[in-house]
Write a protein that binds this ligand. Structure first.
Ligand SMILES: C[S@@+](CC[C@H](N)C(=O)[O-])C[C@H]1O[C@@H](n2cnc3c(N)ncnc32)[C@H](O)[C@@H]1O
Length: 237
């Protein structure tokens, strides 16, 4: 119960939390997932058809957005996030790769987006939705800004189904990950929040039920690496 209250509290200041760990975010991401996070993003991008304008919600340091451009899945990407520090690093990466004119970063809240209805051909969000203070409000906004016929692609963590793998993963996730996270990011609480926010978030059919509730059709999901990560797809008909 206290853990849940802590998570709700942290979600209210999630932009600041990511500002604090932005400097070590990319390195730790690849280290803690042993580089597998790159495959998860690649699978998400492979699942998409090429379009003109994509909105990448919770763009962070831009890994998914950059991959969308590199793989020719978007002509232009608008990335929004609450953390200016994460986006500052993302903008540097875009400049280094010469795509700064095609990837725009904008500070905005996913739960109340500053875009007109039906504005984007596709919407993506990698490892962002579990941080929303109000999940359904964020999903409703995704539905609103997506054009009719447009495709939604979401990546989010889950928990493995297999009991043994789940047990091993849980040990890793609740002890090793916060410890390494604390050491490298020099932040005492951020990686404990990150692990707890995954533990208490819905996945699989339960998450799909939220997508359907706000109006999405053609919903499906794919487990990645035993269900450590989930790739969700949906459409606005
Ligand atoms: C785990 S990072 C993921 C970043 C990136 N998409 C990636 O795949 O590495 C989560 C990001 O979500 C952002 N975020 C959380 N809640 C948000 C909200 N309500 N609106 C916009 N961004 C949000 C955080 O600031 C953070 O940068």
């Amino acid at each position: 119960m206290n853990q849940l209250k802590d998570i709700e509290q942290q979600k209210r200041h999630v932009g600041h939390l990511f500002d604090r760990i932005a400097h070590s975010y990319d390195g730790l991401n690849h280290l803690l997932s042993m580089g597998i996070d790159r495959c998860w993003r690649r699978q998400a991008v492979q699942s998409m058809k090429p379009v003109d304008k994509v909105l990448d919600i919770a763009v962070g340091t831009g890994d998914l957005a950059l991959l969308l451009l590199r793989r020719g899945k978007a002509n232009q990407v608008i990335g929004i996030d609450l953390s200016t520090e994460m986006m500052r690093i993302g903008a540097q990466k875009a400049k280094r790769r010469g795509v700064e004119t095609r990837l725009h970063f904008q500070e905005a809240n996913a739960q109340n987006m500053p875009f007109p209805d039906e504005h984007f051909d596709a919407v993506t969000c990698a490892y962002g939705v579990r941080n929303f203070a109000d999940l359904d409000a964020g999903l409703r906004e995704m539905y609103r800004v997506l054009k009719q016929g447009g495709e939604l692609t979401i990546l989010e963590f889950g928990y493995p189904q297999n009991k043994l793998i789940r047990w091993i993963y849980d040990r890793y996730f609740t002890t090793f990950l916060p410890l390494i996270g604390r050491l490298f990011s020099r932040d005492r609480t951020a990686y404990t929040y990150l692990n707890q926010s995954v533990k208490h978030f819905c996945y699989g059919d339960d998450f799909v039920a939220h997508l359907q509730k706000v109006g999405f059709s053609g919903t499906c999901f794919r487990r990645q690496t035993f269900g450590i990560s989930y790739l969700y797809k949906a459409r606005k008909l």
